[in-house]
Every structure is written in C-alpha cells, then in structure tokens.
Write a protein that binds this ligand. Sequence first.
Ligand SMILES: CC(C)(COP(=O)([O-])OP(=O)([O-])OC[C@H]1O[C@@H](n2cnc3c(N)ncnc32)[C@H](O)[C@@H]1OP(=O)([O-])[O-])[C@@H](O)C(=O)NCCC(=O)NCCSC(=O)C[C@@](C)(O)CC(=O)[O-]
Length: 309
Amino acid sequence: MNSYATSATLPSSVKIVEVGPRDGLQNEATTISAEVKIELVNRLSAAGFINIESASFVSPKWVPQMATSTEVMAGIERKAGVIYSVLTPNMKGFEAAIAAGADEVVIFGSASEAFSQKNINCSIAESIERFREVAVAAKANNKRLRGSLSCSFGCPYQGAVSPEAVADVVQRLRDLGCDEIDIADTIGVGTARQVQTVMQRVMREFPVSGLSGHFHDTYGQALANIYASLEVGISIFHSSVAGLGGCPYAKGATGNVATEDVLFLMQGLGIHTGIDLDKTVDAGQFISQHLGRKAVSRAGNALAAKRVG
Ligand SMILES: CC(C)(COP(=O)([O-])OP(=O)([O-])OC[C@H]1O[C@@H](n2cnc3c(N)ncnc32)[C@H](O)[C@@H]1OP(=O)([O-])[O-])[C@@H](O)C(=O)NCCC(=O)NCCSC(=O)C[C@@](C)(O)CC(=O)[O-]
C-alpha cells in the first residue's frame, strides 16, 4: 500500500526559523559588513520572526564571512521573545557565543561520515564527543541547545544516506539533550516521499514537535518537501530571506528555500506563522541590493514588482 499521506491534517501554525543571516550569508564571496548584517537581523525581528540564526562562532579561516559574529551579536537590537541562535562547533565557539549573549547554541553534525570530515574536520563519533562538552555547558548556562543534522537526504561526497544513518545521529543528538533537531537537506536532493520516510523514521527517536525541516532548494524541491513534511506533522521550518545561502563544504548547493516563498505557501494554506510577509519582502530586497543581485525568491520578487506597479 502507498504510505504517502494525501489527506493529512496539517498543523494550524508553524515556527519559521530565519537562517539567512548565518546559513544565507556564510558562503557569500563578497564580505558583508557587520552593519548590514545587523540591519538584516533587525529587519527580520521587526517582521515578526521569533527565532533568527544570526551568527556562527566557527574558525574564521574556515568560514571568513562569519568572522564578524561578535560585532553582529553586539550590534543587534534585542527584541523581547526572539531567540537569537548561533552555531558553535566546539567549546571555543561556545565560549564566544556565551560572551556574545546568544540565546540558543547550535551543534552541527552530519549523517554522512564524508561530509563530517569535510565540514568540521572530524568523524561523526568525534563530533559527538566535542558536542558533549558544549551540551553540558549549554545546560549549565540555561541556553537552548539545537542539533543540526546535515546530509539527511544525500551527501555531496558519499551519495546516498539511509534513514537509519539519520536516525542513528538523531538518537545521539537527543541523548546530548537537544531541544530541537534539524533534519537538513544540505544539497537539496531530497524528494517528497523520501522526506516523509526519513521524517517518519526520526519521529521514532525524537518528539515530532521538536523536529524541523531545513531544506535547500538546489533541485527545486524545497516547497514540495515542506508540504510533505507538514503532512507528517512537522511544524518547524528553516528558510533564508531572498533564498540566500549555500554551504561552503557542499559545492554547487544553492540557498535555503526562500522565506518569502514559504510564507506565501503558509498563507495560502491558512497556517499561522506570525510573520509579516511585506516586511520580509523588504528585508529580502534590502539584502539583495547589498549583494548586488536579484533575490532568489519567486514570491518575494513578484510582490516587490507588484508594488512598483
Ligand atoms: C570545527 C572547526 C573549528 C575545526 O577545525 P580544526 O582545524 O579541526 O580545529 P582545531 O581545534 O585544530 O583549530 C584550528 C584553528 O581554528 C581555531 N578554532 C577552532 N575552533 C574555533 C572556533 N569555534 N572559533 C574560532 N576559531 C576556532 C583554533 O583556535 C585554531 O586556530 P590557530 O591556532 O590555527 O590560529 C572547523 O572545522 C570549522 O570552523 N569549520 C567550519 C564549519 C562550518 O562553519 N561549516 C558551515 C556551517 S554547517 C552548515 O552550513 C550546515 C547547516 C548547519 O546549515 C545545515 C545544512 O544545511 O546541512
């Protein structure tokens, strides 16, 4: 029997985690000033996002664009109720995150051994040991802890990744005490039925309410994958304003799904996000102007064009 859910009840509301200032900008070749990053984060909080991935405390030699993370975190206007998240691969990153006043730290692992080596220079098992210290410190400092799991639907170096491999690392992240776990399609190769299979497998290891879908749009499947995830009960999604993004260690992968497109989808489905689409379009146009190119958001560009008349 076909297990694809065609008439599922969709969640009535979702949380959209805006990852543009971090995942979106980390791969940009042109250096973006801290001031521009700060204004982007402030525009996003003004648009109603309650969780913004704002910076990354990684080695500046590995990801130069994130070298201004301390300045960015110091410069943003903190809006009450907003969770400002940052990436922390190890204790050095964690200490910088605490000093910068991050609300949530993100440990980021991989379901693929090959990608783990390329991205964070260690095996999956070694990464879990590094994260253990960060997890303990996060709890001791009353910080939220999120786990991000790259290559959950395919790897640029080893190809296929099995749902069991994803579930295995989800269990390990759960055991570290993660509050949320992102199931990430780093290179955007997942398709709807596969997404449902993986999500349904990992739900056996972690509460569905804490699982998120982090989809890149390389093959144009991200919105379909979000819909497929909604059908199996996922209610947290990551996206980047203007479709910014790409991973420095996943060549050819394009940006995250565009936030404006996700909001347009949710609006059409009658699913509450609490986010102002017009202000998000403005934020997308703002950062695209600074990058000197058109936003990679169909809905964002259509809505911006409509205003011009
Ligand atoms: C993990 C490391 C640090 C290991 O890097 P390493 O070279 O193995 O580590 P090391 O401990 O030997 O340190 C080497 C140097 O880095 C410094 N260092 C060490 N740690 C830090 C730190 N936290 N902050 C600043 N500096 C640091 C350290 O002090 C030393 O400096 P040196 O003595 O040579 O001058 C490195 O591999 C790294 O930074 N990688 C960056 C990975 C990254 O940011 N990738 C992109 C984000 S993941 C992603 O985008 C996927 C995601 C999350 O969006 C989901 C998806 O879509 O898949």
